[in-house]
Design a protein around this ligand. Structure first.
Ligand SMILES: [Zn+2]
Length: 175
């Protein structure tokens, strides 16, 4: 669900309106808990990746509306890819997934998504979304020196990268 908000005022200057993505849940304790976890990830491990590999997070809000418990996460609006060629998109998704692991995060759901967790920001760069299942991760595939092992062997040290590798038939990891 996407909505447009009135522009905020900062130090006397009005920022032009911009669109955001709203991810919200209601009356579902588990869903609220997962969204809270996602907000914590954006505020923590994902913070340095906002606006780069993951959407900018503008805030997390909880409250009660007409007796219903509501929680929402306000994020940079991104869109599905339509123009990029398949090969190029796979390479970009690959680089983004490796970048995420390099920064110490495992997504936890990339294998289920068939690419739907990769979106395009307004500047054309790629964003990975949906971190409800994500967690901190010391990636043994990334930390292994690239000259030592065959890529398949190296990827086997990390489930998420291994199965992405199988799906995309990836070439060896970049430095
Ligand atoms: Zn990993």
């Amino acid at each position: 669900m996407v909505e447009t908000y009135g522009p905020p005022v900062i130090t006397g200057h009005r920022i032009p309106p911009f669109e955001v993505a709203i991810k919200w849940v209601q009356n579902n304790d588990l869903a609220v808990e997962k969204l809270h976890h996602e907000a914590d990830m954006y505020a923590g491990l994902l913070h340095p990746l906002q606006g780069y590999l993951v959407p900018i997070c503008y805030g997390f809000f909880v409250g009660e509306v007409d007796g219903a418990q509501v929680a929402c996460l306000v994020l940079e609006r991104c869109k599905s890819s339509t123009k990029t060629s398949n090969d190029e998109m796979i390479q970009r998704q690959r680089a983004a997934a490796i970048g995420l692991h390099r920064m110490g995060v495992v997504h936890g759901n990339l294998l289920d998504s068939r690419g739907s967790h990769f979106l395009i920001a307004s500047d054309g760069s790629l964003r990975i979304i949906d971190f409800t299942e994500s967690k901190g991760h010391e990636c043994d595939a990334i930390s292994t020196p690239s000259v030592e092992l065959h890529p398949v062997t190296r990827y086997s040290k990390c489930d998420e990268l291994y199965w992405l590798h199988k799906r995309w038939a990836l070439s060896p990891l970049d430095k």
